[in-house]
Design a protein. Structure first.
Length: 282
């Protein structure tokens, strides 16, 4: 008898969940979120070229640089863009499909004093690094190269995502989302190369593609918290490195990104129960 009661309770619970309308991803809904990320990058080959040098550094390692948590830094309007952040606005053009535009503000910091291999040449640099290199080992010292996309590695992208409602109870609902995107890279690259002065300016450097999946918890209809995982590919063939326009760098790498986002959503269209598509369990 006890088992029958348990089965009856489960049946009633899932029947209730299945009949609730999918508030979280109705057609005509808009949303906005803001959050923060940690990023991880694969080693990359970086090619530097200019009037008196042309060389490659192999298997260069870099890390992100998330700011330690501080309430003033993370929540004050004129400072909240300093940490690594994610911002996105989206629209559900169908009941389970959304299109969105967002900025993934990551930071990419090449590690100093790391071992690498260099291939190419450097002439008339007014440094001790002049010479011809044929796959020679080198330590990337700070008087040779400082290389960072720290304000930041800005991936401006459009995404298409599909929503799948998982569970809903009273004012709470969980949703699984997955999709992909494509966009452009607008880094502000902080570089000191050889004897050149430090250079730090925004420049459209390349493109990226990414896949994404996330778990979203919606509550009280208008609010949500979202955990997100991304994996993508970045190719930047046109990175500015000095004040001389002929000095360029290029690189490509894979990245993983893990985000926590907080958002709001609202609908411009009102639906009767009859107009909302039935879930597969109905």
């Amino acid at each position: 008898m006890h088992n029958i009661k348990i089965l009856f309770f489960i049946f009633v619970t899932f029947s209730f969940v299945a009949q609730r309308k999918p508030e979280a991803f109705k057609k005509g809904s808009f949303y906005f979120y803001w959050g923060w990320n940690r990023a991880f990058y694969s080693p990359s080959t970086i090619h530097f070229s200019g009037n008196n040098y042309d060389f490659q550094l192999y298997d260069v390692v870099a890390v992100d640089r998330q700011s330690p948590f501080n309430a003033e830094l993370y929540f004050t309007p004129n400072k909240m863009t300093i940490p690594q952040y994610n911002a996105r606005i989206g629209y559900y053009f169908k009941h389970d499909l959304q299109i969105s535009l967002g900025v993934d503000h990551m930071k990419y910091v090449m590690l100093h004093d790391q071992p690498s291999t260099i291939n190419g040449y450097i002439y008339n640099s007014n440094t001790s690094y002049d010479g011809v290199y044929v796959n020679e080992p080198i330590t990337i010292a700070q008087d040779f190269l400082k290389f960072e996309h720290t304000d930041g590695l800005n991936y401006i992208n459009a995404e298409l995502r599909k929503s799948m409602r998982m569970l809903g109870v009273n004012h709470f609902q969980s949703t699984f989302l997955f999709g992909g995107g494509v966009g452009m890279l607008l880094p502000k690259t902080n570089t000191t190369l050889l004897a050149n002065p430090r250079y730090d300016a925004f420049h459209l450097a390349g493109y990226g593609v990414n896949g994404v999946m996330s778990l979203q918890l919606n509550f009280f209809k208008y609010f949500f918290v979202q955990g997100e995982a991304k994996m993508g590919f970045i190719h930047m063939p046109d990175i500015r490195t000095t004040m001389n326009a002929s000095d360029r760098a290029s690189q490509m790498f894979l990245y993983n990104q893990f985000n926590v986002n907080f958002g709001v959503q609202f609908s411009l269209i009102k639906y009767s129960e009859a107009k909302i598509p039935k879930l597969p369990t109905d």
